[in-house]
Write a protein that binds this ligand. Structure first.
Ligand SMILES: [Cu+2]
Length: 136
């Protein structure tokens, strides 16, 4: 099982949909059944760059509107130097499965967004790392 650190300067956070090892194919969804995706990539750079993510129950394609995003972090990995971390606003759900935040994404290139979310009826936290491109 991999855990994610949210400390400043943490490099290369990978992974992260935790496997449900309890087995049993009941009706309960497992964390790996959920998928986050960036809405309308690429992200346009700016002091208040808008980043939207959609949370989907992958087997059914159903958007999950009532999740609570408990952690989010936007950063640009900078090789051996500490990652460049963007200031962000709180994540706001739109009620339809899209969650939006604004970030100070002022540099073009490859960024990552780390998310942790709680989904109703799902005991384990859903975690994901999304890569996205920022452009002018
Ligand atoms: Cu940078």
């Amino acid at each position: 099982m991999t855990s994610v650190t949210w400390r400043k300067g943490a490099l290369a956070v990978s992974v992260v949909l935790l496997a449900n090892l309890s087995g049993g194919a009941g009706v309960m969804a497992a964390p790996q059944d959920y998928r986050f995706e960036i809405v309308d990539p690429p992200v346009r750079i700016g002091k208040d760059a808008a980043i939207g993510v959609r949370l989907v129950h992958a087997p059914s394609g159903r958007p999950i509107a009532d999740a609570v995003i408990i952690q989010s972090r936007v950063e640009m990995p900078m090789g051996s130097a500490p990652a460049m971390v963007a200031k962000t606003t709180a994540v706001q759900p739109d009620g339809k499965g899209v969650y939006r935040l604004m970030g100070e994404v002022t540099m073009e290139g490859d960024w990552s967004l780390n998310l942790a979310a709680k989904v109703q009826g799902e005991a384990e936290t859903i975690r994901a790392t999304l890569r996205f491109k920022a452009v002018k």
